[in-house]
Design a protein around this ligand. Sequence first.
Ligand SMILES: Cc1cc2nc3c(=O)[nH]c(=O)nc-3n(C[C@H](O)[C@H](O)[C@H](O)COP(=O)(O)OP(=O)(O)OC[C@H]3O[C@@H](n4cnc5c(N)ncnc54)[C@H](O)[C@@H]3O)c2cc1C
Length: 367
Amino acid sequence: MSRRPRTALIIGGGLAGSAAAAVLARRGWRVTLIADDDADRASDIPAAVMAATIGGATDPLTRLRRRGLNVTESWLAHLERAGFDCGRTARGTLLLPGNERDRARHRRVPPDDPDARHVTPADARAAIGIEPPSDGVLHRRGACIQPDRLANALRSLHAGSIHTRGGRVERLVAHEDGWTAQSAAGEPLATATTAIIAAGTACTRLWPESRRWLLPARGQATAFRATAASAGLRVPISGGGYITPAIGGTHWVGATLQRGDTDPAPRAEDDQTNLAFAQRCLGLAEIPEAIDRFVGFRATTPNRIPLVGRLADNLWITAGHGAHGLLTTPLAAQLLANAIDGHRHPLLRFLSPENRRDGHPTDANLK
Ligand SMILES: Cc1cc2nc3c(=O)[nH]c(=O)nc-3n(C[C@H](O)[C@H](O)[C@H](O)COP(=O)(O)OP(=O)(O)OC[C@H]3O[C@@H](n4cnc5c(N)ncnc54)[C@H](O)[C@@H]3O)c2cc1C
């Protein structure tokens, strides 16, 4: 007798929801993914950097980012082999020190590291086409990615098992056999045995207890036209901000970060901050002119570790991917799917709402 496939409803079609849908679909689940086309999507950032992590630090965030890079890179390779466009350009990363701690970490890269090497500004010019203002680390891994294309590819890989529908979920209602996602009018949008909230900053509306960890952080990235001097940049730069190589003649530089700020209006001063950073890193004679900008909201946590795990019976969350969703969302999807199947990876202890100790001062309001 054949077993009926398990069913999941996922709220959110950004990187986190799409990655969770891909993992469950690959394991034979039937997935309904609901995405509000009018809601904010951090994953719409036109170009983002998947930065490599260096050093042997063993703190949970570094372990997560290191492991996350392995998972995201292997997924990208798999998707690209299957013919999907994940918006990946420019392999590698130039890591510049954002602060003194980075500088010390960069100096500790061993000379025999197969992936990373310490470079002077002149070494960097020879390798990647521009001369940065300081020493840095040139890493073979990492890339520039268009997150929306990656999210699309993830949903398309198992399209037969993932039903994607538009709609704004107002509430989740528990019942004997699982969960129903309802619209504001009380209309059922989907019902499944298992529900996953992957709604970015909107998770706090769907599951108010998540306010304890999730805080929106406004970010603005700015586009400028490539010049003769900047067009030679061959890999993304990361460190206290990021700059992409020119894609179709345009660089993106970002991103500002304002915690607790939910204003979607673009700001001239944010463009200036970004463009001054680009001028400094690329050694440009003048501050370039902004030709476009993107304002989005990251869901951040106090210790920068994503919020991934169980909320209630058959209800799970993957959120809080902050400024490193490219590194953390595929790994989070794997950890979540394993946990749903009863296999708890030791890392989950730091991510799960059931275990983690960090929290915003709003804790008191929730008691
Ligand atoms: C300016 C900026 C620059 C960034 N740069 C980088 C970078 O260089 N590298 C990097 O790794 N990361 C970067 N990030 C972070 C990265 O974009 C995020 O970590 C990642 O996109 C988070 O994905 P998500 O799926 O959790 O959330 P989102 O992409 O925000 O997706 C949320 C989803 O939930 C849906 N939704 C919300 N509410 C509802 C509802 N009520 N009903 C139904 N659906 C709903 C939305 O429609 C959307 O589909 C940047 C972010 C910003 C804003």
